[in-house]
Write a protein that binds this ligand. Structure first.
Ligand code: 5GP
Length: 129
């Protein structure tokens, strides 16, 4: 069965898309730690980060870097943090999280955003790529 992220990539489940190329897809996390929390996913459905082939792994990091630089232009923060967890969704994804304090990357504090805010954030990040 396809992962929830494969369904998002195929457009079967809606998402607030930030960017896409042939290999990777970036979209806003639906339950963000902070405004601008973005997930970057390889289209190839692999469970664990370090099981990716080296080329896909490097491509994922390079694509994530571009997104992180755009996030930092748009969202006021001290820096963009990166985390890879995958305990909830077994399809590799990089969390890019604008950080103001350590708590922002601890997945304990969540922010509630309205659909219009999600849309505006995704648009702003994509326009700054
Ligand atoms: P992890 O697998 O790294 O522990 O966490 C999965 C992340 O994916 C969580 O931060 C969760 O909010 C996010 N997530 C789970 N399902 C969806 C979804 O359907 N849409 C979006 N945009 N994010 C999701």
């Amino acid at each position: 069965m396809s992962s929830i992220f494969t369904k998002i990539i195929k457009g079967e489940i809606p998402s607030y898309k930030v960017a896409e190329n042939d290999e990777f897809y970036a979209f806003l996390d639906i339950n963000p730690n902070a405004k601008g929390h973005t997930l970057v996913v390889p289209k190839q459905e692999v469970n664990k980060l370090f099981d990716l082939d080296e080329e896909t792994y490097s491509g994922l990091m390079s694509f994530s870097r571009k997104i992180a630089i755009a996030i930092e232009k748009v969202i006021p923060c001290n820096r963009v943090g990166m985390a890879v967890i995958g305990l909830e969704v077994p399809h590799v994804h990089v969390h890019l999280i604008p950080l103001k304090e350590m708590e922002d990357i601890q997945f304990t504090k969540k922010v509630k955003l309205e659909p219009e805010e999600f849309k505006a954030i995704a648009k702003a990040i994509s326009e700054n790529l």
